[in-house]
Write a protein that binds this ligand. Structure first.
Ligand code: CDM
Ligand code: ATP
Length: 292
């Protein structure tokens, strides 16, 4: 096989996100539930006759050298060379970017995770899921989750993952139109960093409810983000009329769980025109699993 087209890189939502502490290196210890949804970017991979890794699509604000897709592909290419003594063929990567950057939807991480999984397949590199997860972590804290590929309770900085059961619900997601830099939220002096740890049995019954995690947990980054970015606060306030509206990740996007597609559609129709918004279904498994 020399190409794979329309490879999905879905968005994630953090159904809750608790900050429990801070490591000596400044990184924060988190507890979160990661939920994939059926809305995201899509990537095409075509092997080349030389050894270059090339992004063939322009991505505004992200030079090729900084792109997590390119960095992930190069890491894997070098690892395959180290293991086999042969540098695998290069690849052209096209991306259809749908997810907003700095949206808290894990777009860059998901693109990189899809890249690692697809190239592991195209290059017949034979790395295990755990090896790919470890390779992805230094590039982005959400990458291991996407490679893990199922709804998960995450601890540490997001690398200690356990599968959890979640309901077949729908989500409405609002993009408030601002890009939130993750580092600025984590470095705020106002951030809550001492939420007591939870265990899975504390929230599993809420998670299996088709209205989502209503009344369980919170996003500890939300208070800081809404103070710094008023459009995020406005989106939370608007969506709260329809359910338990929360921010995902470090923002900016805001979501709310609904029991059916019809309910999600009805909320979506009322979203003020100044915001981009969409509905998406909860995914229990990474959609790439069915392709590889
Ligand atoms: C908040 C989440 O979206 C939850 O899913 C992710 O943990 C963020 O992951 P990410 O976007 O890959 O973030 P990174 O690019 O790794 O981190 C950006 C910056 O945020 C801070 N950061 C990030 C994650 C973490 N657990 N603690 C931190 O303090 C660090 O200053 C880091 O330099
Ligand atoms: N392929 C990529 N797609 C998007 N952003 C990328 C990519 N590669 C590098 N980046 C950089 O990563 C930054 C964060 O983008 P991303 O879409 O992952 O944010 P996010 O959704 O807030 O992520 P998270 O939920 O992990 O905090 C961008 O501002 C951009 O500079």
């Amino acid at each position: 096989m020399t190409s794979l087209k329309h490879c999905p890189a879905p968005a994630k939502l953090n159904l809750f996100l608790h900050v429990n502490g801070r490591r000596p290196d400044g990184y924060h210890l988190l507890q979160t539930v990661f939920q994939m949804v059926d809305h995201g970017d899509s990537l095409d991979f075509t092997l080349r006759d030389d050894e270059q890794i090339v992004r063939v699509t322009e991505l505004a604000g992200v030079p090729q050298e900084c792109d997590l897709i390119i960095r992930a592909a190069r890491l894997l290419q070098a690892e395959v060379q180290r293991r086999t003594g042969h540098l695998p063929r290069g690849v052209d990567i096209a991306i259809n970017k749908v997810l907003p950057m700095g949206g808290g939807l894990g777009g860059g991480s998901s693109d990189a995770a899809t890249t690692l999984m697809v190239l592991n397949h195209l290059w017949q590199a034979g790395l295990s899921r755990d090896e790919l997860m470890a390779m992805g972590l230094p590039l982005g804290a959400d990458i291991p989750f996407f490679i893990f590929g199922q709804t998960a309770f995450a601890e540490g900085v997001g690398e200690a993952l356990q599968p959890v059961q979640a309901a077949d619900c729908w989500y409405v997601v609002i993009e408030p139109g601002v890009e939130v830099p993750t580092a600025a939220i984590f470095s705020s002096e106002h951030l809550t960093r001492d939420t007591p740890p939870v265990i899975i049995s504390d929230f599993s019954s809420y998670l299996e409810n088709r209205n989502g995690l209503k009344e369980f947990g919170k996003n500890d980054l939300q208070q800081v983000a809404t103070q710094l970015y008023p459009p995020v606060a406005e989106a939370v306030a608007w969506l709260a009329a329809y359910g338990d509206a929360r921010m995902t990740g470090s923002g900016a996007c805001v979501f709310c769980a609904l029991a059916s597609e019809a309910e999600a559609e009805s909320v979506l129709k009322q979203v003020p025109a100044k915001w981009q918004a969409w509905k998406a279904k909860a995914l229990h498994h990474h959609p790439l699993d069915a392709m590889l």
